[in-house]
Design a protein around this ligand. Structure first.
Ligand code: PLP
Length: 406
């Protein structure tokens, strides 16, 4: 490592004194969990995304799980998931017993498109395995928006529910006719799912959220993430236990109509989330500036190195700085490039190994050919991007990348 220069990870959180004070206030207060800050965070997050409701939970993975539960997905159902994503997007289907239909992606953006969705549905139909495709989970990879309007139109025609995995894209917006849509406003999806893991744009430690405009889904999300416990007397089934002879609900009484989980986010985490949420626009703006600087400095490295193709309708909220590198033409392997960057104190990562290649899924579904994903995967490398990076850090990364490519 270069002496005196800090290691630059591919992503990290940015915490200031205000965040620390917000968490400290909760630690000194009455509620470490299920307190008022949780409610404040949920209200603020719903307002930020433009959705009617938000439910916080313990991680983005838990958020995906409760979204799948709220839709009532289960055995006999199938869910379309782009293969370029984090494991958890696909795993959410399996948690509830549904099968995964892996969709290919555009090789230059890494995003699922209506073409790759259509292709995935056709192949699934030809397999004729008795599973009914019931949902699709587009992923806003790296902070760019999947084509939600088009995907929603296709999904409606095929009887699919849409849940967008927005873990990368909090704060991203997109143009639609003469309107501006916000990722998470759920205009084209039943629910949107977010993660606040420290590498994401805002941090909660571990944390996540689901947004929705649907009151029934909102109730279901709360139920599934809070043990399946019901305290509403109108809903009690065991009337002999629930009510006294005078018909009053017993004060201790609760019921569990369906099994649930403890996927709550604590008030400690929510206090951090709420404080970070207040800085979301600043974080996104800083990431945009850094990305512009990268684009400028990387331009001379074309065609060996190209930025991720830009989606024209989207105002991205960049989570990752993905570049696509022609390693074969450069005459150097990706492993070697990562190693050389590491020696200069620069972290890099691959987002993602196509999920259908994971041993678990190969054993389940056999070998699937998804050429766009392979082409994307063969070239992808994520370079450092986080709001606390300095302009000089970008220069340092690009110089190191030039050196690493020889
Ligand atoms: C981070 C991430 C998740 C999971 O979020 P956790 O909070 O880490 O559980 C799911 N999907 C995508 C696309 C992610 O990047």
């Amino acid at each position: 490592m270069t002496a005196g220069k800090p290691f630059l990870p591919y992503g990290r959180h940015q915490i200031d004194d205000q965040d620390i004070a917000a968490v400290s206030r909760v630690l000194a207060g009455d509620f470490l969990t299920t307190g008022p800050i949780r409610d404040d965070f949920e209200r603020a997050f719903a307002a930020k995304t433009g959705a009617r409701y938000a439910v916080s939970c313990s991680s983005g993975t838990a958020a995906l799980h409760i979204a799948a539960l709220a839709l009532g997905l289960g055995e006999g159902d199938a869910v379309v998931v782009p293969t370029i994503t984090f494991l958890a997007t696909a795993n959410a289907a399996r948690y509830v017993g549904a099968e995964v239909i892996f969709a290919d992606v555009d090789p230059d953006t890494g995003l699922m498109t209506t073409e790759t969705l259509d292709q995935a549905l056709n192949l699934a139909r030809q397999r004729n395995d008795g599973k009914k495709a019931r949902a699709v989970i587009p992923v806003h990879l790296a902070g760019q928006c999947a084509p939600m309007g088009e995907i929603a139109a296709m999904a409606a025609g095929r009887g699919l529910d849409v849940v967008d995995d927005a873990c990368h894209a909090v704060g991203a917006t997109y143009r639609e006719s003469n309107q501006t849509a916000t990722v998470g406003d759920c205009r084209h999806s039943r629910m949107s799912v977010f993660s606040f893991h420290p590498v994401k744009t805002i941090a909660m430690g571990e944390g996540g959220a689901v947004t929705t405009n649907d009151a029934e889904l909102y109730e279901a999300l709360k139920l599934h993430s809070r043990h399946g416990m019901v305290r509403d007397a109108d809903k009690f089934e065991n009337t002999e236990l629930a009510f006294d002879p005078g018909g009053e609900a017993n004060p201790w009484y609760y019921e569990m109509p369906r099994i649930g989980y403890n996927y709550r986010a604590s008030d400690i985490n929510c206090a951090l989330g709420l404080s970070q949420l207040g800085k979301l626009e600043d974080f996104i703006e800083r990431r945009r500036v850094l990305m512009e600087r990268y684009e400028e400095l990387l331009a001379p490295l074309a065609p060996l190195v190209r930025p991720l193709a830009r989606v024209p309708y989207c105002q991205a909220a960049w989570h990752l700085n993905v570049v696509l590198i022609d390693f074969a033409s450069a005459g150097v392997t990706r492993a070697k490039v990562m190693d050389r960057l590491g020696q200069k104190g620069i972290g890099s990562q691959v987002h993602y190994i196509p999920v259908h290649r994971q041993p678990y899924y190969r054993r389940r579904y056999g070998d699937i050919l998804l050429a766009g994903a392979d082409r994307y995967y063969g070239r992808t490398l994520s370079l450092p991007l986080f709001s606390a990076m300095a302009d000089e850090d970008v220069e340092r990364v690009v110089e190191a990348l030039k050196g690493a490519l020889g």
